[in-house]
Write a protein that binds this ligand. Structure first.
Ligand code: ADE
Length: 265
């Protein structure tokens, strides 16, 4: 049981309810692309924070509101300040995850977004996956133990009851900073036994683990990596439609979380 000072200055201890056993109240949803975020911002009727909790000048955007009693924060890393495109990838993802945890102290993090899927592992366009574990595929350090550090394997927070309720697939997620896939990446993705591939998940998992905040990963498949079509083309073609499927899945997840404790997920 955790204990903390009572703030009175007197020596004393107050017991704090086990966070696993009190209803979840604050959720942070990390989403890399504006196209992926906006349907959910609308669905949950969130408003952009006029007084940013983030450092002045950072493009990071927080949409916030109360939905069915849950304090929901969608965090979008915003547009690159120089190039004006979405700040995708692991650097922005880890920074906003860190800053959001510091500012908002969430009970749970959801990393939502799109992913490439491997048809050889059972993925199809429009499928929504809950990742069971997450690792990197582009951090190769062939020195004992550094090799494992590079892969950075982490488990998602276990949510057996959520899984039972949702029509969602389960698979391992592999993360790298490229949309395409080099042959070296492919070998690492196979070693990671991944069904889906994204550009943020393992970075979010790293920071969430560091700061001991439970995290889950919901990813919708926009392109088939081991298919015939060029990835970028297929991704752009399917982005809007697949984002709708992602939005539905996240709404179901949030509805399911509502009123529950972490230990009930
Ligand atoms: N997001 C959507 N498709 C992806 C892919 N093929 N690789 C990485 N991230 C993605």
């Amino acid at each position: 049981m955790a204990s903390q000072g009572n703030g009175s200055g007197a020596v004393g201890e107050v017991t704090v309810a086990d966070p696993e056993k009190r209803p979840i109240s604050t959720i942070v949803i990390i989403i890399a692309m504006q196209t992926e975020a906006l349907p959910l911002v609308n669905k949950f009727q969130l408003k952009e924070d006029p007084d940013s909790v983030f450092p002045k000048g950072a493009p990071w955007v927080r949409y916030h509101g109360i939905y069915k009693g849950l304090n929901i924060n969608i965090i979008w890393p915003g547009k690159d300040l120089t190039l004006g495109v979405d700040s995708v990838g692991t650097i922005s993802a880890s920074l906003v995850t860190y800053a959001s945890i510091q500012a908002l102290q969430p009970d749970l993090i959801i990393n939502a977004g799109t992913a490439g899927g491997f048809k050889a592992k059972g993925a199809s366009i429009g499928d929504v996956f809950l990742a069971s574990e997450i690792a990197f595929h582009d951090r190769r350090i062939p020195i004992p133990v550094f090799d494992l550090y590079g892969v950075g394997l982490r488990q998602a927070f276990s949510t057996p009851n959520l899984l039972k309720k949702l029509n969602i697939k389960v698979g391992k997620l592999s993360t790298g900073d490229s949309l395409d896939m080099s042959s070296r990446d492919e070998a690492s993705i196979i070693a990671n036994d991944a069904t889906i591939k994204d550009m943020e998940g393992a970075a979010v998992a790293y920071v969430a683990d560091l700061l001991k905040v439970p995290a889950i990963f919901v990813k919708a498949v926009t392109d088939i990596v081991d298919g015939e079509k060029p990835t970028a083309e297929e991704f752009m073609q399917n982005l809007v439609a697949v984002t709708a499927a992602l939005g539905q899945a996240i709404t179901q997840v949030v509805d399911c979380i509502n009123g529950k404790c972490l230990s009930e997920l």
